[in-house]
Design a protein around this ligand. Sequence first.
Ligand code: BGC
Length: 803
Amino acid sequence: MNDYEREHLERLRKLAPECMVLLRKNGDFPLEKPGKIALFGSGARHTIKGGTGSGDVNARFVISVEEGLERAGFTVTSKGWLTCYDQVRETAAERFYDGIRREAKEKHQMPILIGMGRAMAEPEYLLPRNAEGDTAVYVLARNSGEGSDRRPIPGDVLLTETELRDILAIRREYKRFLLVLNVGGPVDLSPLGEVENILLLSQLGAGTGDAFADVLLGRSVPSGKLSTTWAAWEDYPTVGEYVQPDDTRYREGIYVGYRWFDTVGQVPLFPFGFGLSYTDFHYGKVSVALHGSRVTVNVPVKNSGRFPGKEIVQVYVSVPAGKLDQPKQTLAAFGKTALLEPGKRETLHLAFSLEELASFDEEASAWVLEPGRYIVRVGASSRDTVPAALVELDERVVLRQVKHVGGKPDFTDWKSEAIPEKLPQELPILKAEAAAFKPIPCPKPAVPSDYAKGLVAGLGDEELLKLCLGQFSGSGLASVIGSASQSVAGAAGETYGGIPGLAGLVMADGPAGLRLSRQYTRDAKGAHAIGSTMPADMAELMPAAVRHIIKLTQGKPKGEVYEQYCSSIPIGTALAQSWDPAVAEACGDLVGREMEIFGVQLWLAPAFNIHRTILCGRNFEYYAEDPLLAGRMAAGMTRGVQRHPGCGVTIKHFCCNNQELNRMTSNSLVSERALREIYLRAFEICIRESDPVALMTSYNLLNGEHTSQRADLLQTLLREEWGYRGLLMTDWVVAQASGKGRHAVARSAPSIAAGNIFMPGSQADLAGALKALRGQDKRYALSRFEAERCAAQVVDCVLRLRK
Ligand code: BGC
């Protein structure tokens, strides 16, 4: 291992407990010292460090829970069970891949298209269990990934009969029992009401096993809280449409996650923002102050238990319903204490501006605050919030009038009834003056620099358009296997580097670390990955020709072999569970350092689409169901990466990319209010707080038009309304992987016209754009002005990163 790897692993080990959520406890844990331990469950030996797909980092190794416990001095007494389970799993995997190949044959499709990201559901089995010790740990694992969504079936969202039977039996058989969840999203735990100790370990990267052992022994303490509501499967909302092949209607409007649960009074198993600690916390008397439109909530927190711990306090506001309906409450601020020793106190000062609670009035096309009583509430989760003060506003305040963007769906949003609430008599009332409100600032629209404009104006059509595409090489096959960069092996792509004096920008995936190939060779044509940069399960489903290429490069490589081992950090959801942007920033800092080491300029992360449904196969990469939490975490990550000169993030997938089914051609139908308040909000916060260098649009359509082709989103909103100056790029539209659906895939010409560089680029994409530019395409028009505008942003980005 290199020094940087060792150092990063150590840093991540310290951060990991911040991301773990203790869901239930009875005081049996932590353990005092290592001893005999009976270890069961699919994640015990096959611990998942993060989901599959482009977000999977090619780490040097993964420390499983079993290894982590042994390294900490435990004796695992259930080796027999674990080995038998290996067999069960192997057989199930063979059956799983055979099934995909058969299905592909019947549907006349490539197996990779059918099986991409499809996680094998946990099999059923009966294995003898006789393992010594007083303590048992059951590690339940789930995987998912890009290309497929999760399913509400046993072995995925639901427990299998085997899991249910074994977990309940093991709980009865051992003195102490801990259920550990090595998952990237909710599993329906409703049948496990009697299990007293549950730890959501999550998927924490290569050091997952060590981090778990630390927490089991109380050497560190879990201090995360949920960033998504965990409920019984049948209790999730069915108001909207979810995961439809062509058109998915977001009928629930703004009522996403806890906004829906809290409004309709549906009790989840574990609410948004919930998490316990080994210790307990007591909140003292909360005080609330209002200065102009700025609200400060002071919350004294005391560690009233026996262990050290950190507490996350949340402030929610109930916005009064008026012309616009409102959810029961909205997260307005949050904070986390330092590590408090037993008996110690800290007062958190949590602040927000009332402007941040504005709603979007579609009719007026404006951000508004309606008159009435704003109830400020404080809680340890979204479900136990207590009113702390009322802020009264007498008149309607219009904060900013904007142009409509995003198009219109073919329905009106579901609306909640106004919920009457009896408030405590003695609540302080703070009067807000409409005059104190600051209009939402109108930043200067972002325009290309004169230098960039001059440079692109002098290019011939073909050179100009090459700058509007990713740099591509001959076959395009490399793009399909996730490594279209010729300069850095295993990197996802790069911008065109053929213009003298203008270097290309290398882009590598994330978000769970930097995704490169572990080893490579180099020749005059560039860097060549040794073996596959894609996960083994994906490679398994590749066409024979691709498997053959992978095999060839795996053999004896010609020339010197170089290494690029990258650290894998916790998945996005786990990071958000820390509720601490500084944790994301620390991870970003470490990624930025590795980008410098390996010569990568743009990291294709962070990804933070909203957790709209727990079925979305890529939720594990994303942060939260709430835009404030997601946006703040993304900003932290951005600051960490961009602290390194020459390194930038690429925030993605902009926007409404909330399912994987037919991901390149699915159409999200969303009202403008929901779009702006929920789905664009996290991006807006991240852009405002941290100035990310680049942004990737999503594959999907929004109200009938690809997001990547929507000038209203890219120009009117991003450039003009938000003043965003970063590089805009499409997601990787690869013809071979486009799948089937009613809608067409995005095309180069309209994407470039809207202001997006088209990635990863191919000869066909160049030909298409040229045809449109020359006015020879009946469907798409592309003007020289649009192409120059698109190319100029690449020049400016190169200047920004490669000075
Ligand atoms: C994914 C992106 C990723 C890109 C490059 C796409 O399939 O959706 O998240 O950054 O590939 O690998």
